[in-house]
Design a protein around this ligand. Structure first.
Ligand SMILES: [Zn+2]
Length: 336
């Protein structure tokens, strides 16, 4: 893959490094430049991408010495690149520090891909979507500063406001508000999409969606005019409102289908066929609607491999249904 060597200037020393396409693991990262020590907001997933972001950071004024990293949540695609900055302060929520211990590390993920084998549906899915990342030199860095609630940093004399969230995308998310810039980095509370640059379906591991929607509304309430999502294109306020409408639709459909006893897999197929056809990775609906079903059922989280196996199966079935012109694989059930 070709990684961007340039940063996109958002004004007043704030920059964005955004990967060239959509897909798993390709997160947006921010740089707040300052001669007194710069700050990263999230890191890329693997070492080659992190080194590309680091080189791009060093090429802009005030980007030569990155001393702090804010990690919006504990998923590797936002954290694992931090080891290119030895000695940097790593800032995350208290819950994220705990979550890191529960997430499969690079070696475990690599082993999972190899053990599943490309002849299995899960193995083929993981190889296709994660096999191109290079974690051979990746060492997972732990946060050095954790907080709960709010934390205000200053970079180059400008405020950077961190707010921890209740369980939403994961159990340890935070948002980064730069009031002087009118910008919020949302982490994976938001998956960006626009008519020019369609993104992917949202994947929310913790939920409930009510918390994700609430976090998006709080971003709107900051008054920020530029919203940098965890993945996908930068949004304006209308773009964020459209995303809130999408999340609200997912929540309402999940609740309606659950109330009618529609099994999760079938519910995901129905929602995938109903709209937002421009979004990639519809198999993520298994995860996101599954989190909502789990909340409604009052059941604990299921193992990640089990959820991803169902998502991989969904991807195969969904692709086959689209090819054959059948949007829902089980037409025997009436629409809920
Ligand atoms: Zn992510």
């Amino acid at each position: 893959m070709h990684y961007p060597s340039d940063l996109h200037a958002l004004g007043d020393g704030l920059y964005l490094w955004n990967p060239p396409r959509r897909g798993w693991g390709l997160a947006n990262c921010g740089l707040v430049a300052s001669a007194d020590g710069a700050l990263w907001i999230d890191t890329p997933y693997d070492r080659p991408m992190a080194e590309a972001f680091l080189a791009a950071s060093r090429a802009v004024p005030g980007g030569s010495d990155v001393t702090r990293v804010v990690v919006t949540h504990a998923n590797g695609d936002h954290l694992w690149g931090a080891d290119v900055l030895p000695g940097a302060e790593i800032i995350a929520t208290r819950e994220a520090r705990h979550h890191i211990e529960l997430e499969p590390g690079p070696e475990q993920l690599r082993a999972l891909i190899e053990e599943a084998g490309e002849e299995s549906t899960l193995g083929a899915y993981l190889a296709r979507h994660f096999g191109h990342f290079d974690w051979s030199r990746t060492r997972v860095v732990r946060p050095t500063t954790v907080f709960r609630g709010e934390l205000e940093l200053t970079v180059g004399g400008r405020p950077v406001l961190l707010t921890s969230l209740p369980p939403a995308h994961t159990t340890g998310d935070l948002t980064v508000h730069l009031p002087d810039h009118g910008v919020v980095f949302t982490g994976d509370i938001v998956f960006g999409s626009s008519p020019d640059h369609p993104g992917d379906h949202a994947v929310h591991w913790a939920g409930p969606l009510e918390n994700v929607i609430g976090a998006c509304q709080e971003v709107l309430e900051t008054g920020a005019t530029t919203v940098v999502p965890g993945h996908g294109p930068v949004l304006d306020r209308d773009g964020l409102r459209a995303h809130i409408a999408y999340l609200t639709h997912l929540r309402d459909r999940a609740h309606a289908l659950h109330a009618r006893g529609v099994p999760l897999t079938e519910a995901a197929h129905r929602v995938a066929a109903e709209g937002h056809l421009e979004l990639g990775l519809p198999e993520r609906l298994i995860v996101t609607l599954g989190s909502e079903y789990r909340m409604l059922d009052g059941t604990p989280p299921r193992p990640m491999t089990q959820v991803m196996t169902e998502a991989a199966d969904f991807a195969v079935t969904h692709a086959a249904a689209r090819t054959s012109g059948h949007s829902v694989p089980d037409p025997g059930h009436a629409r809920a």
